[in-house]
Structure formats: C-alpha cells, structure tokens
Design a protein around this ligand. Structure first.
Ligand SMILES: [Fe+2]
Ligand SMILES: [Fe+2]
Length: 294
C-alpha cells in the first residue's frame, strides 16, 4: 500500500486527496486523548475551582486550547479583536460554558496512535518558545527588532502542529507508518506527508486555523515552522518556532554544536544565539521532556 502511495498519483488519486484535504481542513474540532478530557473535566468538577486552574489545564492540550479559542473568537461573542489569552478566554466562557465545551470535545483512543507524543511535543515546543523569548537577545529586542511576547509565542508553539491531530485521526496507521519511515531515515516529515497524501500537516494546520477564525500569526506559525526560508528568514516569531521545534523534536541534535550546524547563520544572528545557549536549550528541553506526562 505504502509503495503505491509513494508513486506518482493518478488523476483520480489526486482528486481523492484533494477531497480528503478539504474535508479535514473544514473540521470544526480535532480530537484529543480521552484521558486528557477526563483530566480537564476533573479539574472543572473540583470544589473551589478557579478559572486559572482550568486555563492551565487547557494550556497543555492543543486540541482543547484551539477549541476554546475558536469558541471565544466566534461571532457568538462578537468581539472586535482576537482573544488569545487562555485565562481571559476561560473568564469569558465561564465554568458552565467550559463544561458544555468539554462535553462535546471529540476524542480518539486508538492503540499505537502518536496522539500522546504529539501533545507532549507541542507542549514542550510551546515551553521552548517562551524560554527563547527570555533567552535570545533578538527576541528581547536587543537586535534592533521589537520584543516578542512570550504568551503569544506559547500559543503559537502549542498550536503549530494542530494539522497533525486531524491527520492522525483521519489517516490512521497509514499516517503513523509514513511519519515513522520519514523519521527513521531522517527525512522531512512534511515532505513525506505531501508525497504520501498530497498535503502536509503544515498546510492543513494553517487551513484549520483560518477556518476557525483565528489570527494570521497562528496560521503562519502552523504553515512555516519547518521552513522559515519561505518568509525570508527575517520573521522573528517563525525563527523562534523553528529553533523550538528542532529542540523539542523526538530526535534533537546531541549538542549545541550539532544544533548550530542545522540552523542558518542568518537565523542565529537574528536571534542572537550561540553554541552555548543552544546547548543549554537542549539540556533544559531534555529535563522537561522527561517530566511531561499526558
Ligand atoms: Fe510540524
Ligand atoms: Fe512540531
């Protein structure tokens, strides 16, 4: 099956792929793990619960965080500016609204799925984005560019791979096999997805974010986080996402020097990062990766 998919697609296959992409890109929600929704429901059911605790729980799950942001930025609430703060979003929706939201949240419980790994990667990526906002002189406004907002970067990191959740659910084991084969041969997952299915999680993620009415910076993060060159390598948030993604990947480089070799000199200059800081990022990511549970 895999061999057929990797061959040039016929016209019918292309039409079929386009239909799948359109169907996935028009979804109103993507699934998370049942144990994640149980954990958030338990937080909501706890006595004397504060909205901050609920927001903190939602901030560790991309599908649920995106569901909340889609709700609060919908025409129903009618705000004339985007709401991108999960604490603020929880306060607007309220405990009853959050309970209703949780009751309708889709889940996927399929043995062997990479859903849990994708959630952990997304949270680690988001944490590395905020760390880079504090650590990189370029992100702190010391390279002649504006300061980057760590909260905004956390959300961009959390949702950067949102397209993968839709692909994991809809394409099943075939998707897992394509990603696994790409990683094993150190090929680009994005390129492997496009070859096998006609579209990549980057394109699909940007489509979903736009359909959900969320701001362009989140769609740009989803679209370009593997290829900052598409934006000329001068976009500071995309540079942060790119480095955070390398650090939070399942197979990161082993040392600061190794990481330095895969990042262009222009981007290192933009961020103001050297080998030493990159090594520190890798060590912190390693510690946090071990502590992440989903
Ligand atoms: Fe990605
Ligand atoms: Fe990623």
């Amino acid at each position: 099956m895999l061999l057929i998919l990797w061959a040039d697609p016929t016209v019918n296959e292309r039409v079929e792929r386009e239909k799948i992409r359109e169907r996935l890109g028009s979804r109103i929600a993507v699934p998370t793990l049942p144990r994640v929704t149980r954990r958030v429901k338990n937080v909501l059911a706890s006595p004397n619960i504060g909205l901050r605790e609920v927001a903190a729980a939602l901030a560790t799950d991309p599908p649920l965080a995106s569901r909340l942001l889609r709700n609060v930025n919908s025409a129903f609430y009618g705000f004339d500016h985007p709401i991108l703060d999960l604490n603020h979003a929880c306060a607007i929706v309220g405990l009853h609204g959050l309970e209703r939201m949780m009751n309708g949240a889709p889940t996927l419980d399929r043995p062997g799925s990479s859903m849990g790994a994708t959630i952990r990667h997304s949270v680690l990526q988001a944490q590395m984005c905020t760390l880079l906002c504090r650590l990189a002189p370029g992100a702190r406004g010391q390279r002649g560019r504006g300061r980057v907002d760590p909260r905004a970067m956390y959300l961009q990191g959390l949702l950067h791979d949102i397209g993968r959740f839709a692909m994991i659910e809809a394409l099943g084991q075939e998707y897992e096999d394509v990603v696994e084969a790409a990683r094993a041969s150190r090929q680009s997952v994005e390129v492997a997805e496009a070859r096998a299915f006609g579209f990549a999680h980057t394109e699909l993620g940007a489509m979903l974010i736009k359909r959900w009415g969320l701001p362009d910076e989140l769609a740009l993060a989803a679209r370009h986080h593997h290829n900052p060159r598409e934006l000329g390598e001068t976009d500071l948030p995309i540079a942060i996402l790119y480095v955070a993604d390398l650090v939070a990947s399942p197979n990161p480089p082993h040392s600061g020097a190794g990481l330095e070799r895969v990042i262009s000199p222009g981007m290192l200059e933009l961020l103001g990062l050297g080998r030493e800081e990159l090594g520190m990022l890798l060590r912190i990511a390693g510690d946090r990766r071990d502590a992440l549970t989903v």
